[in-house]
Ligand binder design. Structure first.
Ligand code: FE2
Length: 192
């Protein structure tokens, strides 16, 4: 069997899920269940896509041809973290290895950021962000001396979406397009 079979099965199942065009909350609920199943093993993740870099890496694992969803492997080296940022589409977060810290924020009408929930995600756990609930957070590696890896699934082609990061002190927004870190994708089609 191809080592990527669990990844391919997830992509096939998730494609079926988005094709059924359910309300977002239902897509998130069913998507989290699929993601939790994927997180129960890790041999499907190629070692090259699990390697740390000088900054955190966001490796594309799959993008739906109709851009209804994308799947990204985040690799956090020690002490690596994002800026406060939004997504503009829903995002599922699943911890494959290590620990991930998520700090959420509210943004007032004056633009100021207020920290709200802080949570620690451990292996096998899932969470989500959504513009209809909370879309603002900062994510960081929860381990001081080791890598952490999380698998994210977004309701669009996240690497191509114009969104924003925010200065934590002033709340000032700066628009950005994240792109992806990797130059190749796993060959998920090499088995029957
Ligand atoms: Fe995020």
């Amino acid at each position: 069997m191809n080592q990527f079979a669990p990844l391919r099965d997830f992509i096939v199942d998730y494609t079926r899920l988005v094709t059924s065009a359910l309300p977002e909350s239902e897509t998130i609920a069913q998507g989290r269940a699929l993601l939790a199943k994927l997180l129960s093993t890790s041999a499907w993740l190629p070692a090259d896509l699990a390697a740390t870099g000088p900054a955190y890496r966001q490796n594309l694992l799959h993008c739906d041809p109709l851009q209804r969803f994308s799947m990204v492997c985040f690799v956090w080296g020690p002490e690596q973290r994002t800026l406060v940022h939004d997504h503009t589409v829903y995002g599922l977060i699943g911890l494959l290895r290590g620990r991930e810290i998520e700090q959420r924020y509210d943004r007032g009408t004056d633009g100021a950021l207020t920290p709200t929930t802080r949570s620690v995600l451990t292996e096998g756990q899932t969470a989500f962000v959504s513009p209809s609930t909370c879309d603002l957070h900062r994510v960081s590696n929860g381990l001081d001396s080791d890598a952490s890896i999380s698998i994210h699934v977004y309701g669009g082609n996240i690497g191509a979406i114009t969104r924003a990061s925010y200065d934590e002190a002033t709340g000032a927004a700066r628009s950005f397009i994240s792109g992806y870190s990797n130059a190749w994708l796993p060959n998920i089609w090499n088995h029957g």
